[in-house]
Design a protein around this ligand. Structure first.
Ligand SMILES: C[S@@+](CC[C@H](N)C(=O)[O-])C[C@H]1O[C@@H](n2cnc3c(N)ncnc32)[C@H](O)[C@@H]1O
Length: 583
């Protein structure tokens, strides 16, 4: 089957295949049927737009009096259908009172009886054919179908992320209609997710995420909120079977489609799909070496989901997360007046009560204890208006425009097409963090802790200039595993200190200065000088904060030498730890 057919071409071909000349149709994504409605309105009887989030009224004007728009009593679908109603005189609206539909809402499951009742009453007014299908289930023109009931044909197209899709309503609708449930990779959100995963800039963003995560061969990888498994298939191809991949989602509809798509690409054995929720991952602690999650944390309790990922990743494991960004503008490469530009720069505000879709995401990652954050806000650019993902974006922009603004948009769009520069970009927040190898629980008695470890804190001959080490009594940073005042050659002290702290933190018997410095501070520059450069400063008295690599002046008077614990007989070195965090 050709990949470049439009949804309208596929649906028309399917209608012919099922011998239906005129059918009722219902969808949450009006873009899937827009071209059909505009070009061949006579093939459609009643049209139900169920909680649409992206709706350009234009293609439906020719059959407005056969359109029923169902929306939440408030929220994005309410506002969307309200704006559309102004351009669709004759269309009916139905509000689900007290309900706020989002792209992930399980609308049909939540309001089955009310919805079915309204649909039955509305659709009964328009004549449609009973189909004469060659089979009760199958696939045609890239669309899978399943047929139940008898009577006039009612095509049910997939919802966005609704876990139950149309399922709860089907037995009730099938009493009066021949219900034809449609699916497959070319309709609904599967088409959108698949298309997104094909966009070169989206792939680049995901590739960077995986580059930074840098999976080691054999490391188990978890994808939280896998959807259709589009990214898992990309990853499986990239890793060539070197890593077991587990993908979870709370949506059984997606999981079923994901398995079919993986099998179609010969990747069934490479990815394990499981049902599960991000806020309570069904895995033991430290079960994975790396975890990623892409555009999921907008829809759930983001902080709980991050904490769960931290729990199930192993110490030293990486967690890479991408979320949409509602705090950065989206951009259309169109020559438009400022007033229109301002309107369309605002991304659709779809976010759950405890979801995250702004820069607070980075702080949340840090607060969850992840270290060495690599943050890279990125842009996804679309430049193919005929591709599935484009349609909802433009439908959304069009829905915001007044009747006077629409011709201005169209003229600017035509010009961009003529110049070959039609494109739009939307932003994402992306970050990868590492779970520390040592957990940071405070030791109740730091002095006895350091005494217990005194044997391992022995200056080595390699550092002859070490004379004394004291721990600072003041201004210890909360996250520092150990902090101390050091006097002498700062480079040597820094190295010694890092090695010691590294051994205590990890329980390693042998460490070397390079690895230890890397363990605590990476290559980060702090306060303008790296710990490696500090040696040349030869300051008399320095405070060394190994966990963040700070090396800075502090007066020795702040220390109480009497509190110091001896740490090396020959060198007369001592250390007093004010705060130690248990490995
Ligand atoms: C926008 S899709 C992204 C899918 C996939 N990560 C991708 O980028 O192609 C969001 C997915 O998150 C899933 N999801 C939302 N909340 C979830 C939760 N609490 N636990 C697991 N999955 C969740 C939805 O079912 C949906 O499949």
């Amino acid at each position: 089957m050709r990949d470049d057919l439009s949804p309208a071409q596929r649906l028309l071909s399917l209608l012919d295949h099922l011998a239906i000349s005129r059918a009722h149709i219902a969808t949450q994504l009006p873009g899937d049927i827009a071209e059909l409605a505009a070009a061949t309105p006579d093939r459609l009887a009643g049209v139900v737009l169920c909680a649409p989030m992206y709706l350009d009224a234009g293609p439906f004007t020719g059959l407005a009096n056969r359109v029923l728009m169902v929306s939440g009593g408030s929220g994005p679908s309410f506002e969307m259908t309200m704006r559309a109603a102004a351009r669709l005189p004759g269309a009916e609206r139905h509000f689900l009172d007290g309900y706020e539909a989002q792209t992930w809402s399980d609308v049909v499951a939540d309001r089955t009886a009310e919805l079915v009742d309204r649909m039955l009453g509305f659709l009964a007014r328009f004549p449609a054919d009973a189909p004469c299908p060659p089979a009760i289930a199958g696939s045609h023109a890239g669309i899978s179908y399943r047929i139940e009931g008898s009577g006039p044909a009612l095509l049910l197209l997939p919802f966005f992320h609704a876990p139950s899709q149309w399922t709860p309503a089907i037995p009730l609708l099938a009493r009066q209609f021949t219900v034809v449930s449609l699916g497959g990779r070319y309709l609904g959100s599967i088409a959108l997710l698949e298309d997104r995963a094909r966009a070169p800039t989206y792939r680049a963003m995901f590739r960077t995420l995986i580059d930074v995560i840098a999976p080691e061969p054999g490391e188990a990888i978890l994808d939280v909120g896998c959807g259709a498994g589009s990214l898992d298939r990309l990853l499986a191809q990239r890793l060539g079977g070197a890593n077991p991949i587990t993908a979870i989602d709370l949506n059984p509809f997606y999981l079923k489609e994901a398995e079919v798509l993986a099998a179609e690409e010969g990747l069934a054995a490479a990815i394990r799909f499981l049902e599960g929720g991000a806020e309570a991952l069904p895995f033991p602690d430290a079960a994975f070496g790396a975890i990623f999650s892409v555009t999921v944390l907008e829809e759930c309790d983001a902080d709980r989901a991050i904490m769960e990922m931290v729990r199930v990743v192993a110490p030293g494991g990486r967690i890479g997360i991408i979320v949409r960004s509602l705090d950065l503008p989206q951009w259309w490469n169109l020559d438009l007046p400022k007033s229109i530009r301002r309107k369309i720069a605002q991304p659709p505000r779809s976010i759950a009560a405890n979801g995250v879709a702004d820069a607070s995401f980075y702080r949340r990652m840090r607060r969850a204890g992840l270290e060495g954050l690599v943050c890279f806000p990125s842009l996804l650019t679309l430049d193919r208006p005929q591709r599935p993902l484009w349609r909802p974006r433009e439908d959304y922009a069009l829905s915001l425009l007044t009747a006077e603004e629409l011709p201005i948009w169209n003229a600017a769009r035509d010009k961009a097409v003529e110049d070959g520069v039609l494109m739009t970009s939307w932003p994402f927040h992306c970050a990868v963090g590492t779970k520390p190898r040592a957990s940071r629980q405070r030791v109740s008695n730091p002095q006895s802790f350091i005494r217990a470890h005194a044997a391992s804190i022995r200056p080595r001959r390699k550092y002859p200039s070490v004379s004394r080490i004291w721990a600072t009594t003041t201004s210890i940073r909360k996250h520092a595993p150990i902090s101390c005042i050091a006097k002498g050659n700062v480079l040597s002290l820094a190295k010694l200190f890092a090695e010691t702290a590294h051994r205590i933190a990890t329980g390693a018997r042998r460490t070397n200065a390079q690895d230890s410095l890397r363990y605590f501070i990476g290559d980060k520059l702090v306060r303008g000088c790296s710990i490696m450069d500090a040696g040349s400063m030869r300051c008399e008295q320095m405070r060394v904060d190994a966990s963040i690599g700070c090396v800075f002046r502090q007066t020795i008077n702040e220390c109480k030498a009497s509190d110091a614990v001896p740490i090396g007989k020959r060198r007369n070195a001592s250390i007093r730890i004010s705060q130690v965090f248990n490995p």
